[in-house]
Design a protein around this ligand. Structure first.
Ligand SMILES: [Zn+2]
Length: 239
């Protein structure tokens, strides 16, 4: 119902690609995203809707392994697997990136002037993470997670906050059976404790699409006074 290709970020002269889900390669080509010159690809967790295209993206990035470059940053689950969770990055493609960094909560790394910190999540991938990406501005990505006490501590410095706001305020019974995901009330709890310049909602389930994510975004704006937008497919935000 919506594109699932992830998020492309240009910050402080660096090019990052976050969570290359199904369609990432095709949508990147169609939207002129320069895969060959990416500095890093970031994987928040192992689930297909976030990581399905990682191997094809590495193939394009490395030009079939002929021009190895860049840094792959990812959760332990996505890179190495964890307990009964199979890794998603194939060994063949691991050999086609210059550097691989696995991250757990609070781990930090730099891509040139861009400081990246892994943030805690509560999700069905127990090793899933979010990211804060600090350059000239701080972009914070919660990843797949429900709200939990202390989530705000990880994202309090964000200028742009990207929230996987899957469910609306009023969850259906079917929605309620799916745990560890953010709904609009969870986002409200978070926004009551932090103050970003802009909040971008994305990653919508059919129930929130039926209501209209823009309606939920407006409600959050009214409650908090913070600017909240519901992302459209291929939308570009300047910051
Ligand atoms: Zn997930």
């Amino acid at each position: 119902m919506r594109a699932t290709g992830g998020i492309y970020i240009e910050i402080s002269g660096k090019r990052l690609y976050l969570d290359p889900g199904p369609g990432a390669l095709v949508h990147s080509r169609q939207n002129n995203i320069p895969i060959e010159t990416l500095d890093a690809i970031l994987l928040s967790h192992v689930h297909q809707d976030h990581a399905n295209d990682i191997n094809t993206m590495i193939d394009a990035w490395s030009e079939g392994g002929k021009n190895i470059k860049g840094t792959l940053i990812g959760s332990i689950s996505a890179i190495d697997g964890f307990e009964d969770i199979e890794k998603i990055v194939l060994d063949y493609h691991k050999n086609h990136v210059r550097q691989i960094i696995t991250m757990d909560d609070n781990d930090k790394t730099d891509i040139g002037p861009v400081h990246i910190t892994a943030t805690k999540t509560q999700h069905s991938d127990p090793k899933g993470i979010g990211f804060t990406i600090k350059g000239e501005k701080t972009v914070s990505y919660i990843g797949d997670s429900c709200y939990f006490e202390g989530l705000e501590d990880y994202h309090k410095d964000s200028d742009i906050l990207i929230v996987n706001n899957i469910f609306p305020k009023e969850r259906t019974d079917a929605d309620k059976r799916i745990n560890y995901h953010m709904d609009t009330y969870g986002t409200l709890k978070l926004l009551n404790k932090i103050n970003p310049e802009l909040v971008i909602l994305q990653h919508f389930a059919p129930t929130i699409l039926a209501i209209g994510p823009e309606t939920e975004a407006r409600w959050l704006e009214e409650q908090t006074g913070i600017k909240v937008r519901a992302a459209k497919d291929f939308e570009i935000f300047e910051f």
